[in-house]
Design a protein around this ligand. Sequence first.
Ligand SMILES: NC(=O)c1ccc[n+]([C@@H]2O[C@H](COP(=O)([O-])OP(=O)(O)OC[C@H]3O[C@@H](n4cnc5c(N)ncnc54)[C@H](OP(=O)(O)O)[C@@H]3O)[C@@H](O)[C@H]2O)c1
Length: 325
Amino acid sequence: MRWLRDSEIDPSPLAGKRVAILGFGNQGRAQALNLHDSGIDVVVGLRGGSGSTIAAEAEGLETALLANAVGSADVVMMLAPDEIHAALYREIEPHLRKGAALGFSHGLSVRFDFIQPRADLDVFLIAPKGPGTALRSLYEQGKGMIGLWAVAQDATGMARDIALAYGRAIGCGRAGLMESSFAEEAEADLFNEQAVVWGAVPEILIAGFDTLVAGGVSPEVAYLECVGELKLIAELIEARGIAGMREAISNTAELGATLGGRRIVDDSVRQRMADVLAEVRAGRFAGQLRAEEENGYPLLEAARAQARQAPIEQVRRRLSPTEDD
Ligand SMILES: NC(=O)c1ccc[n+]([C@@H]2O[C@H](COP(=O)([O-])OP(=O)(O)OC[C@H]3O[C@@H](n4cnc5c(N)ncnc54)[C@H](OP(=O)(O)O)[C@@H]3O)[C@@H](O)[C@H]2O)c1
């Protein structure tokens, strides 16, 4: 695997080109501002009546309705939620210039056929590996966020060069861009969301908290143990790796981790992880995501309400209330 950095990436494929960013949410805002600050001609494409128009213009960006933004652009970046990409693409396709480049920051909607891009388009992926807020703040500090790049369709022979120039302009080339594919990026990302960091880790924190409380430990102590130390281990792993993290903690903690970790994450957990990966690859989650949107997000609404009411949240509010509480 080869990491490409700024010095190896030619910025000229974007010179004199106009980029339309569709959506001004987490990634849309960060990418539009980074491109603008890199000297690229950017227009933010928004639906009629969008509340984001004022916000984007207040930050010095040009805005236009979706059709106008797309029709004026050489590169169009799909930065609206994945589950609406099919409808959004249907709406913009008639306005896409012949030979334009269509970009994504997640491989999902192309990998799982939400979209079948027109044959004359270049189709590329620049997937920063982190949230838009961090993509923007790193750029402002003169740093960058690592990213993956890929090409799904190379109609003009320029798709790779446009993708890399785009990745450079949003700051990813400062940290490194690695080649992947739409399938690899989408499948690995969906797997991680379900089975590792975003799905399994919060559930194991809650299970640990519930177990301690059921065993007679005060909720506050249970919270501090099971949730409060997460930031510490994340920082240690980022700075020193998993082996270095183990060496940095006390012998007591290290022996506990050595004996206990494999007992909890045993072969049955690995088997269920393999099941999740197989289901992701078969398109099961992609189908669930589209159904969720079509039905008005019932599962997400219920899960959010339940999470807000959970005992572990009540303890968090007592220990460290935020403005939202
Ligand atoms: N969140 C991240 O940091 C992150 C990280 C890596 C990759 N990605 C990928 O980046 C893409 C964007 O994700 P995101 O989290 O940034 O999205 P997001 O914040 O949820 O996007 C919100 C934006 O999408 C617009 N939008 C919503 N529905 C629309 C519709 N029907 N028509 C037109 N515009 C619509 C909204 O318009 P209004 O302003 O009018 O409401 C808003 O500007 C996705 O492919 C995602 O997988 C995201």
